[in-house]
Design a protein around this ligand. Structure first.
Ligand code: PNS
Length: 164
């Protein structure tokens, strides 16, 4: 069975990697889908986010990374994925994810959302907090893959140069 792990991944964190590793242990094939969330203005382009995710997940042989501009359920139909895997860190995540799961079911009853509880040691990690910490020069090496830490460092320098 094919599972999709969708998200903005701006950028991918070790919390995401943990969820994908858990999905890769459960499903034959996992596709990490880099999608657009209209409510977010990402730091990294879709191409950059896809490249960073592919590098961070290169150790998982049954995982590939795809990017898509339309609805998640359209992508699921195209690639034959019946499951969408989402990681839960907290009750707040559950409320947000529950609404999306129900909307996706409305759009396509064939697609089932499966929640996995991520590693408790990474429950505080989010892409937005990682970007904020990186922006102010804080240490992020323990919460993102090395390739992402390097990319964030470069992006912060570019954005700071652009803002001045
Ligand atoms: O990492 P995020 O931003 O929480 O992920 C949200 C994402 C990208 C999974 C969601 O916005 C999405 O599925 N976008 C694709 C378009 C779509 O299908 N929207 C309806 C979702 S119910």
């Amino acid at each position: 069975m094919i599972a999709l792990v969708p998200g903005t991944f701006d950028p991918i964190t070790l919390g995401h990697v943990d969820v994908v590793e858990r999905a890769a242990g459960l499903f034959d094939e996992v596709v990490l889908a880099v999608l657009a969330n209209p409510g977010k203005a990402p730091w990294f382009s879709a191409e950059e986010r896809t490249g960073l995710a592919a590098a961070a997940l290169a150790h998982l042989s049954n995982v590939r990374v795809d990017r898509f501009d339309g609805l998640l359920v359209q992508l699921a139909g195209t690639i034959g994925a019946r499951a969408v895997v989402k990681g839960l860190r907290s009750g707040a995540d559950y409320e947000y994810e529950r609404a999306m799961a129900l909307m996706n079911r409305e759009l396509s009853p064939l697609v089932e959302t499966v929640f996995v509880v991520g590693d408790a040691r990474l429950a505080h990690v989010s892409s937005s907090l990682v970007r904020e910490v990186a922006w102010f020069g804080g240490e992020i090496d323990s919460v993102v893959p090395p390739v992402v830490a390097e990319a964030l460092c470069r992006r912060v320098a570019e954005r700071r140069a652009g803002a001045s």
